[in-house]
Write a protein that binds this ligand. Structure first.
Ligand code: ZN
Length: 698
């Protein structure tokens, strides 16, 4: 829940969000203290965009500063990046039980196919495989709908016959015919594994979801199981603050429901053993005592599966502030579970960008001011705001759920009690954001959808600074703000929790980006920057984010619901005063803001209500808000937006090729680590599949 995705995106997205409104003009980046840092004026020479297929594009990112790290730090990054890669199969298997089977089969065909590789079928097959890689499985990473193949069944059947059988993941007792039948069914039958995460409250969320967190268990049974577990723990005076169900699969065996933990010796053991191996290596070059302790605890957790150890690890991790190199590694986010309990595996390896971190420090140093002055009810404010640390990082490696599509910011840990007692770490991933910017230069999106040339000019001048700052505030103020009533937990909002939580963080940031305090603290040179942010947010929430929705579909993804909720709510509440106005020009729809201060007031009102809903665990109110404002799509406008967007020929989602790290040895010891930038997505995916496949396909 504490992933930040780019908020409104003009062009590119991964899981994302923010629009980075930069065309091929000079980009001025405000650093903290109000100084202006001139960024590159043109595209730099590095090739950011490598290819585009389906609705996706592939980008690369650079790791500036890696060369000047110490050898010890470079080794640490190397070991952690190996650990990050070792969890890849876990993500695949968690997303759907058929994923590894389908991937290995398709990779065998991709490598061994002897027929005409320039045929339409083979090209469509290759496209399908790229989409599998991009999505870590059969389902679109964002919509969670199953990807439909465009190659023919006949082609697939004959391709399986033509490849060397030993390269196929045939189960011992299966004939090639049985295998072929099973695989064609999984891939072509739309009734199998239709949706990865169903959020449709009219059905059983667990049974309607193809994610691999439950087996033979209904939603009701799962909810009862965890309620009973918690009650029993409370009776036995055990720690009930743990994240129940976070690292287990819930199954029914002989009529009995039980948890199978993901740990060494449990499910996913072959991959987790490798993750642990590299974490053990990392321990030997830890930068600080705290970092070493946190790595030890993380290994302990992977060995035992104990959620108490997991919390202890997070406390250690969140208090390790001095090390330059840092990492995320574990079962972290629960977006992939319709009940928001089970966490997907992910890893991000990074190091601090000292210069840019100064900006976020100003934000977090003033956290108490923002909390005290926010429009929320006094009873739901934190009385003191502890240890919110914010930093800007340079990403060195993405893994698991964060690869190839990645957030641009992270705020962890997720456990509320740790956040309030020990604080949280909040990061923005600057080299990733920058890669987005560079790749989107000059794609025409802003010209098409902005309401006026003035709006475009404002975005060009202030957009990057405003959106970076909004990201910071979303992460290190928004998610960290507010408190729950005693006895209330976030899971009470169930399937609406993630959207409500993201709206809360967005509203907090939106409310303050237009606050005079921004200028006073030297974070923005003008509140015009706040206006640019408002323009972009409204345009995105009411209109342009629809480019990521297929015709006839509703909005499902949490961050999109969050933005739709906010934008539609303020549009409706301010309709009489025309605070936000819809108009058309040359038959095209636009939105413009007539009253920025009025809009800020509305953001404040909604923030107050969303905080109340969160603090009171008011499920019904959350449901009403989301179902009224955040789900349904204006079909006519949707059609228009898709047509306008199509003409621009921009892929709405982006994924990344990771850099790779090469060891230089002198004798037996490592004398240096070099970073290289591969430029072919398929090659990297095949390499990962060869070198980091540790789990059985079934
Ligand atoms: Zn967030």
């Amino acid at each position: 829940m504490h992933f930040l995705f780019q908020r409104y995106y003009f062009f590119t997205q991964m899981k994302p969000l923010r629009i980075i409104a930069i065309m091929s003009v000079t980009v001025s980046v405000m650093s903290c203290g109000g100084q202006k840092k001139d960024e590159k004026t043109e595209k730099d020479d590095f090739k950011y965009l490598t290819e585009q297929f389906g609705d996706s594009k592939i980008l690369r990112y650079q790791v500036p500063g890696f060369g000047s790290l110490s050898l010890k730090q470079k080794k640490l990054i190397y070991f952690l990046s190996q650990s990050a890669l070792c969890g890849r199969d876990i993500t695949w298997d968690q997303n759907c039980r058929y994923n590894l089977l389908v991937r290995r089969t398709c990779e065998a065909v991709y490598e061994g196919y002897k027929g005409d590789r320039s045929s339409a079928d083979f090209k469509n097959f290759t496209l399908y495989l790229k989409e599998l890689w991009f999505n870590n499985g059969l389902h679109h990473h964002y919509s969670t709908d199953k990807t439909q193949p465009e190659f023919s069944k006949g082609f697939f059947v004959s391709a399986l016959k033509a490849v060397e059988p030993s390269t196929l993941p045939l189960a011992g007792c299966q004939t090639l015919e049985q295998f072929t039948l099973e695989l064609t069914k999984i891939i072509f039958d739309p009734s199998i594994a239709l949706k990865r995460v169903s959020l449709d409250p009219s059905g059983d969320l667990v049974l309607a979801s193809a994610c691999n967190f439950y087996d033979g268990v209904t939603q009701k049974e799962a909810e009862e199981f965890y309620k009973n577990l918690k009650d029993a723990d409370a009776k036995a005076k055990k720690d009930t603050r743990i994240s129940y169900g976070l690292n287990t699969k819930l199954v029914k065996v002989n009529g009995r429901i039980k948890e199978l933990p993901w740990k060494v010796g449990g499910l996913y053991s072959p991959a987790i053993e490798k993750i642990v191996f590299w974490l053990d290596q990392a321990k030997t070059v830890a930068e600080t005592r705290e970092q070493k302790a946190s790595l030890e605890k993380l290994v302990d957790y992977y060995r035992t599966g104990s959620l108490v150890s997991w919390d202890e690890y997070n406390v250690l991790w969140v208090t390790d502030l001095d090390a330059l190199v840092d990492f995320v590694n574990g079962f972290i986010e629960s977006y992939g579970d319709p009940l928001a309990m089970k966490a997907g595996w992910e890893s991000v390896v990074n190091f601090k960008d000292m210069e840019a971190t100064r900006r976020t420090k100003i934000v977090s140093d003033n956290a108490l001011f923002f909390e005290t002055n926010s429009p929320t009810d006094a009873q739901y404010k934190k009385k003191e705001v502890k240890g919110i640390t914010a930093k800007v990082i340079t990403v060195a490696q993405l893994g698991g759920e964060c690869d190839p599509t990645t957030p641009i910011g992270i705020n962890l840990p997720n456990a509320n009690w740790i956040r309030s007692e020990h604080g949280s770490k909040s990061v923005t991933m600057d080299n990733i954001t920058y890669a987005y910017d560079q790749a989107s230069l000059g794609n025409g999106f802003l010209e098409e959808f902005a309401a006026s040339p003035e709006e475009i000019a404002k975005i060009r001048e202030y957009g990057y600074a405003a959106s970076s700052l909004t990201t910071d505030m979303h992460e290190c103020l928004g998610h960290a703000s507010g408190q729950l009533k005693p006895g209330i937990t976030h899971d009470m909002l169930k399937n609406y929790h993630s959207s409500i939580e993201e709206s809360r963080a967005d509203l907090f940031a939106l409310y303050y980006i237009m606050d005079p305090k921004m200028e006073e603290l030297g974070l923005l040179k003008s509140l015009k920057a706040g206006e640019a942010e408002y323009d972009a947010f409204i345009r995105n929430g009411l209109m342009t984010q629809l480019v990521r929705i297929k015709p006839g579909k509703n909005i499902e993804e949490s961050h999109m619901r969050d933005r739709a909720l906010i934008a539609h709510w303020v549009y409706e509440k301010g309709k009489n005063e025309k605070i936000v106005e819809r108009f058309s020009r040359d038959g095209k729809t636009y939105f413009r803001i007539n009253d920025y201060a009025g809009l800020r007031g509305l953001f404040g009102q909604l923030l107050k209500e969303i905080q109340r809903i969160t603090s009171e665990g008011d499920y019904q109110a959350a449901k009403d808000l989301i179902e009224t404002y955040a789900v349904k799509v204006d079909r006519e406008l949707h059609k228009e937006v898709l047509e306008r967007y199509k003409k621009l020929n921009i892929a709405p989602y982006a994924g990344f090729i990771n850099p790779s790290y090469e060891i230089v040895k002198q004798g037996d010891s490592i004398s240096d680590v070099k970073v290289i930038y591969p430029d072919d997505f398929a090659t990297q995916m095949m390499e990962y599949s060869k070198n980091y496949s540790f789990l059985p396909v079934r």
